[in-house]
Design a protein around this ligand. Structure first.
Ligand code: IMP
Ligand code: MG
Length: 171
């Protein structure tokens, strides 16, 4: 498939460090629980956590909605849940990309219901194009208006996650 590089690995790493500084300042004296939404988040999650200078706890959740398509089915299933206790924790929910917002909405509500003290959202990419849920994004790496993106963890039908940068598929 033809693709175009939108963000280089160097630019990603630079921006991720800035987010790390900001999060470290905001959570100074605390030990937040960072929850990564699998699988797309893996590279972003580890680079972000390594750029923090505060202690954190780490866990993962996995949700499925897209299957082999480029559009969210709207039907979000949790296929792997958080395992650490959520109640009373300051949570930072980390996602690779927000599109409709349905996935983050479902997961955020679930964590709040389980008694999280606070929930903030950190995304690498905010794709405003097809937003359906109004979600407040506390930490955002990049805003990209439209297109289907792959690389640095992001996939199209499980392909291209390994690419070192963010690329836009030409359809
Ligand atoms: P949402 O529920 O529509 O906000 O979609 C969120 C999920 O869809 C993300 O976790 C991604 O896995 C996937 N997704 C949305 N847009 C893209 C894209 O451009 N490339 C790859 N995955 C995407
Ligand atoms: Mg995802």
């Amino acid at each position: 498939m033809e693709m175009e590089c939108l963000i280089t690995l160097e630019d990603i790493r630079k921006r991720v460090k800035e987010l790390g500084v900001q999060i470290s300042q905001d959570y100074r004296g605390k030990e937040p629980l960072m929850i990564g939404i699998l699988n797309g988040v893996v590279f972003f999650f580890s680079d972000l956590i390594l750029s923090l200078d505060i202690p954190v706890k780490i866990d993962f959740i996995r949700a499925a909605s897209y299957g082999a398509s480029m559009e969210s089915s709207g039907d979000i299933k949790i296929t792997k849940d958080v395992e650490l206790p959520v109640s009373g924790q300051d949570i930072i929910l980390v996602e690779d990309i927000i599109d409709t917002g349905l996935t983050l909405k479902v997961i955020e509500d679930r964590l709040r219901q389980r008694g999280a003290s606070s929930v903030r959202i950190c995304v690498l990419i905010d794709k405003g194009e097809r937003r359906k849920e109004q979600i407040y994004i506390d930490y955002c790496g990049f805003k990209i208006d439209e297109g289907f993106l792959v690389g640095y963890g992001l996939d199209f039908n499980e392909r291209y996650r390994y690419l070192p940068g963010i690329f836009k598929l030409k359809t």
